[in-house]
Design a protein around this ligand. Structure first.
Ligand code: BG6
Length: 490
């Protein structure tokens, strides 16, 4: 599929089209860790269009060689040795400029124009920048940087505002400059294999599709855990907190894919229409259904784990920002009313894991002496992608006892030598191909903020103190208590 899309990009009209991919914020972490390595991987796998120029733009006085050495450690070792990487960086250029200078953007535009030798020339701008710069930079792109003979697309990363109002203001600004089909809002979880698989599992399997509703499902858990703290990112993180950083976007996107109705087709607008429809039925999160935590140092562990969130030099000493959050969402529609969707996410926990657990209701009248446990469908997003179904099975042999077993589809053992593309690879390719299916539409964002803004406001106004949990633990124990109260069985 991907290769077909690229063939189309290059196509018969190879000589007619060219592309310029400009990374604004080329000296920053996102560019170094994700964007350059992703462009390289696409180039290595021959998934980039043939006529492409890559331009890095930032304030620092750098060269392409500096950019290359900056991203070296994020590119796999074997790749390093290849000559191809040299060729890749030869396609790159670097331009120094300010983000608020029309003159510097005119200069950038002159360079891009000089490279556009084909009759049609398309441009992509990736805003790998602090969100405070989005408005100014997009205005200057509109004035100085639009392609005069092809399309221009803008990629932006979250945070898209910090509440309903700021998100709305940003959207209005972007709409004054671009059409929705020019704006690619990244939520990189939508590029992950198992998140994309949710649609296939639900709508291509008769065993699951009729069961996805309140008649059969007791509770749904969507969880995200990371075993490391904020690692000096306090400047960003402390202003946003874990709800805005992970829950309101990545986890809510997963929720919408788990709960939405079957779309009319797999086209972007049909899928996004269904996601919005279900999000509109999600009730605002209530404070009583939320547990907040903040990690403290663990003297028994080494390195970063010895320090708590407040020990990080980039965090104010009295910060009340949550690094762990659990929230129950309820969907007020015929299909899901009463079923808790329990979202939880946290930094500095015991392991790295992102998972969806769909727990079925208890069987009616357990004739096996109360031994029946609930069935569960588990979609492990990472690490070690897997689909697991927990079910009750007769213990083989002469007895008539039952036990819990697992049907497993672990990708590592099922698909030998499988190398899954990184989420960013799929997403950047989508931008070239003009597919918005894995990007967040404006009205999805509005709903996401509607669901979380009131509770975020309450947390801030009432200065709610997060519960302490130890670095390397499973989070505050009160979260487990709430999960049980909500009817999810461990
Ligand atoms: C980002 C968050 O969106 O997702 C980070 O800002 C988080 O705080 C990251 O660490 C997790 O992404 P992944 O792909 O490593 O699970």
């Amino acid at each position: 599929m991907l290769r077909d899309a690229v063939k189309d990009l290059n196509g018969k009209n190879n000589q007619k089209f060219s592309y310029t991919f400009t990374i604004l914020g080329a000296s920053g972490n996102l560019a170094k860790k994700k964007i350059y390595p992703t462009l390289w991987a696409l180039y290595r796998d021959e998934l980039l269009p043939k006529n492409i120029n890559i331009i890095g733009y930032a304030r620092s006085n750098l060269t392409v060689a500096d950019i290359k050495s900056g991203c070296c450690s994020y590119i796999s070792k074997t790749d390093h040795e290849s000559e191809k990487i040299g060729l890749f960086f030869r396609m790159n250029r670097y331009i120094q400029g300010l983000y608020d200078s029309s003159k510097d953007f005119r200069n950038l535009n002159d360079v891009i124009s000089s490279l556009e030798k084909t009759p049609s020339a398309n441009r992509i701008y990736y805003l790998a920048l602090p969100p405070g710069l989005y408005t100014g930079v997009t205005s200057i792109i509109k004035e100085e940087g639009m392609s005069s003979k092809g399309w221009t697309r803008i990629i932006i990363e979250k945070p898209f505002g910090r509440d309903s109002e700021s998100c709305h203001a940003l959207s209005m600004h972007l709409f004054s400059l671009f059409k929705e089909d020019q704006i690619y809002r990244i939520d990189h979880y939508l590029g992950k294999e198992m998140v994309q698989n949710l649609m296939a599992l639900r709508f291509a399997n008769r065993i699951f599709s009729p069961a996805c509703n309140r008649e059969s499902i007791a509770a749904v858990r969507i969880l995200f855990k990371e075993p490391f703290g904020i690692e000096g990112r306090g400047g960003y993180f402390d202003n946003y907190g874990i709800i805005r950083d992970v829950m309101q976007n990545h986890l809510l996107q997963i929720l919408s894919l788990v709960a939405m109705d079957k779309p009319v087709s797999t086209c972007a607008e049909d899928i996004r229409d269904e996601k919005v429809k279900v999000l509109r039925c999600v009730e605002e999160v209530e404070l009583g259904n939320v547990v907040l935590g903040q990690y403290v140092g663990n003297p028994e562990l080494d390195g970063e784990a010895k320090n708590g969130y407040l020990d990080d030099p980039t965090v104010p000493n009295d910060s009340l920002t949550a690094t762990y959050a659990l929230a129950a969402c309820f969907i007020n529609n015929e299909k899901w009313q009463g079923v808790p969707f329990i979202l939880s996410c946290g930094k500095a926990l015991d392991e790295r894991k992102a998972e969806v657990r769909i727990q079925f209701r208890d069987v009616c009248r357990d004739i096996f002496n109360g031994k029946c446990k609930r069935n569960e469908l588990v979609i492990r997003v990472q690490p070690c992608e897997a689909i697991l179904v927990r079910l009750m099975n007769k213990i083989p042999g002469i007895t008539f006892d039952i036990e819990e077993m697992e049907l497993d589809l672990r990708y590592k053992s099922k698909y030998k030598d499988l190398v899954l593309p990184d989420a960013y690879e799929r997403l950047l390719l989508d931008v070239f191909c003009g597919s918005q299916v894995n990007f967040v539409r404006n009205d999805e964002l509005d709903e996401a903020w509607r669901i979380f803004t009131p509770v975020l406001r309450k947390i801030e106004e009432e200065k709610i103190k997060p519960l302490s949990y130890m670095f390397g633990s499973t989070g505050p124990s009160q979260a487990d208590e709430l999960i049980e109260r909500l009817g999810f069985k461990f």
